[in-house]
Ligand binder design. Structure first.
Ligand SMILES: Cc1ncc(COP(=O)(O)O)c(C=O)c1O
Length: 431
């Protein structure tokens, strides 16, 4: 009979057995050295930036790709490229990272949050339809945690209602939905290259589109609204990397959303191992899922037949009532988290409230109360599924030690630790 670590037993997962993310090897070092030796650190036509754009466009099968300094700026550029304007409404999920909604605010547009469905944490198509008004211009579904959301009905809805579809694939680089790469099914798709993501470049983002107008508008907005055309590449010279034939004539409001050569070079090295890490994460997710599914009341992420997830996060839902334990879901969640951490597991919550619960949106709702023409409703009662998921789930592994690079023996140890903790839930809760 074992003793749990919270009861003084030996932790199941030995200290020091996790692999840290991002995994940086000789390829990244060589890439960075190459940039330093070349001496060109930036420029939207510089070789690493353009190389990254070409390689990523080829990887996902898109006509155009723009590298940016963050996933958030890529989302903002996609909205600009799609012609979203101040006052337009953009439908986003209530369960996402704040950046999805923040990009909408950057454009002066209004995020309208809808609740998600509990299987893949994607926006609920029926609720998207109900949220559409005469001011709605776009829908931004999110492939949360790297699992593609149920996109088909949302894409059909967008076509039927004449709305723009932009995919937030920040967490789903390399994932597939019905054979198509996540991020390539709408007018534009956006990805993040921030350090925790599957292609970690420190900071950075990517926008892909097949639409030349979206590409050109986003291209200009990335650099101060200048019409610095992609064709200019023909006259780019490394010897005059900081000069070139720039017109210095802004035709519209723009930003400086360019990335830099060091980040782009690291991203290119990471791109070469993307398939490897995604495949390893999927194999581990399946292994762990098989073990966790044996425990009543424990729901690990599903891998549906029509999707290939790129497991960025591994969220496990808990229902204590299925093992005859009556307790508030957050109390169960927090007790399990503490017990698993004591067993040596990395466990996080990654957000505890729907995005519209954040102070910014509370303030926006309060400020809009006296303005019937600008009224926004961020009543949290509208997002019961998001709240239930957050109240009753934990994320196994963390951003510093995610699932993808961990060896199978460690993943097995997580399954063992979880089974021990869940089987002794009353004792875990009593602590
Ligand atoms: C779902 C989602 N959207 C957008 C972003 C924004 O990306 P970045 O942090 O690169 O701006 C993130 C990053 O965490 C994300 O998880």
């Amino acid at each position: 009979m074992y003793r749990l670590a919270i009861q003084g037993g030996t932790p199941v997962v030995p200290a020091g057995s996790h692999v840290r993310w991002p995994v940086l090897g000789e390829e990244e070092r060589r890439a960075v050295r190459g940039v330093l030796e070349r001496g060109v650190l930036s420029g939207q036509l510089a070789p690493e930036v353009r190389g990254l754009e070409r390689e990523f466009a080829a990887l996902v099968g898109s006509r155009f790709c723009l590298a940016t300094n963050s996933g958030t700026s890529a989302l903002h550029l996609a909205l600009i490229g799609a012609g979203i304007q101040a006052g337009d409404e953009v439908v986003v999920p209530a369960f996402t990272f704040v950046a999805t909604a923040m990009a909408v605010l950057h454009q002066g547009a209004v995020p309208v949050f809808v609740d998600v469905e509990p299987r893949f944490f994607g926006m609920d198509p029926a609720k998207v339809e109900a949220a559409i008004t005469s001011r709605t211009r776009a829908i931004v579904p999110v492939h949360l945690h790297g699992v593609p959301c149920e996109l088909q009905p949302i894409a059909e809805l967008a076509v039927r209602r004449g709305l723009v579809l932009i995919e937030d694939s920040a967490q789903a680089i390399g994932a597939r939905y019905r054979g198509r790469m996540a991020g390539t099914m709408g007018l534009a798709g956006c990805y993040s290259l921030q350090s925790s993501k599957s292609m970690a470049a420190g900071e950075g983002g990517l926008l892909v589109t097949d639409d030349e107008e979206v590409y050109r508008k986003a291209h200009a907005a990335r650099m101060f609204g200048e019409d610095s055309r992609p064709e200019d590449e023909a006259s780019y010279s490394l010897a005059h990397a900081l000069d070139g034939n720039r017109a210095y004539d802004s035709a519209a409001v723009g930003w400086n959303y360019r990335t830099n050569e060091l980040s782009a070079a690291v991203a290119r090295a990471q791109l070469r191992r993307l398939d490897h890490w995604n495949a390893q994460a999927l194999a581990s997710a399946e292994l762990l899922g098989r073990r966790l599914r044996e425990l009543p009341g424990v729901t690990p992420p599903e891998v549906p037949a029509d999707r290939v997830p790129a497991f960025h996060k591994y969220r496990v839902q808990l229902d204590a009532s299925k093992v005859g334990v009556e307790a508030q879901p957050p109390a169960v969640r927090d007790a399990v988290l503490r017990a698993l951490r004591a067993e040596g597991c990395e466990v996080v919550l990654w957000q505890t409230q729907p995005v519209p619960g954040q102070t910014l949106f509370r303030k926006m709702e309060a400020a809009s109360a006296g303005r019937p023409d600008r009224r926004v409703s961020y009543d949290l009662a509208q997002y019961p599924v998001t709240r239930a998921i957050l109240d009753r789930s934990v994320v196994l592994f963390s951003q510093t030690y995610p699932l993808a690079p961990q060896p199978p023996a460690l993943v097995e140890a997580y399954a063992e630790a979880f089974a021990r903790v869940w089987t002794r839930l009353p004792e875990v809760l009593a602590r």
